[in-house]
Design a protein around this ligand. Sequence first.
Ligand SMILES: CC(C)(COP(=O)(O)OP(=O)(O)OC[C@H]1O[C@@H](n2cnc3c(N)ncnc32)[C@H](O)[C@@H]1OP(=O)(O)O)[C@@H](O)C(=O)NCCC(=O)NCCS
Length: 186
Amino acid sequence: MSVLSRLLHRDVPARGLEILPMRRRDFTAIQVIEHQVYPQPWSINVFLNEIELAKQGQRYYTVGYRGGELMGYAGMMLVLEEAHITNIATDPKRRRSGIARHLLADLVWEARGKGCTGLTLEVRISNVAAQGLYHLFGFEPAGVRPRYYENSEDAIVMWCHNIDSPEYAARLRLLCPDVAEIRGES
Ligand SMILES: CC(C)(COP(=O)(O)OP(=O)(O)OC[C@H]1O[C@@H](n2cnc3c(N)ncnc32)[C@H](O)[C@@H]1OP(=O)(O)O)[C@@H](O)C(=O)NCCC(=O)NCCS
């Protein structure tokens, strides 16, 4: 096993996370998390609009359930060969148990399946947790948008290229073997 494999292949206690398309019935639980984790939470209308666009194939939004409880959610915008991660959040009580890793792995497999070659996103310069997650998936900083958040905090623009390559698929399998298995990619 290579050094990279050893780093990526860890036991992930979120095994058993059920990843489902986001539905209106999830909004109450999502709003509880959204209001805890973001200074400017998305409203129900924003989520509603996003899942409508998902029906047209322009977005992809999911929720992660375990034991009947919503643990987290994630989504992205799909534009030609690029996917833009728009939101990913885990219930603060469930942090650091692999929820976001599973949700993000699922998004990336979906993006690959839709023919995307690259992924991008913006992240607060202070958001060490999210940057750690994105780094794990191979995102690299590509620029800064000054005062992007609340006209005060800078955003780091991150990119992850060549997600369509066999090498990247191998990385995804190591990062989250059970998501690869569920998607028939193991
Ligand atoms: C960022 C966030 C989604 C991570 O969710 P999570 O379910 O706790 O993440 P995971 O347990 O799947 O962690 C996966 C990896 O991300 C990295 N990571 C997660 N939290 C981290 C932290 N606090 N510090 C450093 N790295 C971290 C680690 O590499 C971790 O792997 P490891 O636990 O094996 O070391 C979560 O902190 C969150 O909801 N934050 C608020 C919302 C937000 O900021 N979203 C991103 C917007 S850009």
